[in-house]
Design a binder for this molecule. Structure first.
Ligand code: ATP
Ligand code: MG
Length: 280
């Protein structure tokens, strides 16, 4: 069994893996990276009977750079985050190659081949889950994700967004009439907090959907788009990303446990990268 820990910008995620399966998982806020990693490992090992079976922990994510070579008796192996995203995305989606669009605080995209043994950093955008929360707090005074999502679920984005129909009267090119022409482009004095929340979800998730679709086309990975990270756990966010990508003929996979992608990839990388076989 192997532990993988992803020390993200705001959230530390940890998993115990047995082969391709997650035995146990946990998320805690990233405060001090060393403290958050130690706590994550401790909680993962509690009541699992795995204490003696685990001698190594694979760590990744921005905060992992500050960790030393050992945590207690357990050896620490640092895994490149892009490598972890690639291997984790393919593991969760059960694919051999694909484009992983990892939507955390920011958004990173990785093209991964041969079960993640080869990865290419495609790029990304600073627009991600952090953007949604940051704008929400500034514009609406709402800090909690769940509260923002509930508000957005009741709102009408069409009161803040301009559609293609609003501007040209119907569909244009490959774009249907109801697609967004301009996020927040409609100046409507009656827009409520709920409408603005819905507009924020639209803006962030549509940017990610369009960017992911373009990257998939550029890398010819249209049939292997995998969306992971904390944000697509939200049904609302996942739905908008899927719908946006579908405008470009792409049907992404959003795997169960998508928020643990990077942690899973860190753990799996120890096995995958030490083997050239296709059947590990
Ligand atoms: N309950 C929730 N459901 C869905 N999404 C959530 C929830 N709570 C927070 N989020 C979103 O998930 C984002 C964090 O995702 P994630 O944990 O993947 O980021 P991270 O790993 O800390 O960041 P990065 O990978 O950019 O360093 C938050 O910015 C927020 O928008
Ligand atoms: Mg992350």
């Amino acid at each position: 069994m192997i532990i993988g820990v992803d020390v993200g910008a705001y959230v530390t995620k940890g998993v115990i893996m047995k082969g391709r399966s997650i035995i146990k998982s946990i998320s805690t806020p990233t405060e001090d990276p060393i403290e958050s990693t130690s706590r994550t490992i401790k909680i993962l090992l509690e009541n699992t009977g795995a204490k003696d079976a685990v001698s190594i922990v694979a760590v990744t994510g921005g905060g992992s750079r500050r960790l030393g070579e050992k945590i207690g008796d357990i050896s620490v192996v640092k895994v490149d985050e892009l490598q972890a995203i690639g291997i984790g995305g393919l593991t969760l989606a059960e694919k051999l190659e694909g484009l992983i669009v990892n939507v955390g605080t920011g958004t990173a995209m990785v093209a991964a081949y041969n079960e993640g043994r080869r990865v290419t950093h495609v790029g990304g955008t600073g627009v991600g889950g952090g953007t949604l929360l940051g704008l929400s707090e500034r514009m609406l005074g709402i800090r909690r994700f769940e509260e923002l999502e509930a508000a957005a679920g009741k709102g009408r984005a069409e009161r803040v967004d301009l559609t293609v129909r609003d501007i040209v009267g119907g569909p244009i090119g490959i774009v249907p009439a109801e697609a967004t022409a301009s996020n927040f482009g409609r100046l409507c004095a009656e827009a409520t907090v709920e409408d603005v929340a819905a507009g924020l979800f639209n803006m962030v998730c549509q940017v990610i959907g369009v960017l992911g679709a373009m990257a998939a086309k550029a890398y010819r990975l249209e049939d292997g788009v995998i969306v992971t990270g904390g944000l697509p756990r939200s049904r609302l966010a996942a739905g908008i990303i899927e719908e946006t990508m579908s405008l470009f003929g792409i049907n992404p996979v959003i795997p169960k446990d998508c928020e643990y992608c990077t942690a899973v990839g860190a753990a799996r990388s120890l096995r995958i990268l030490s083997s050239n076989r296709m059947d590990v």
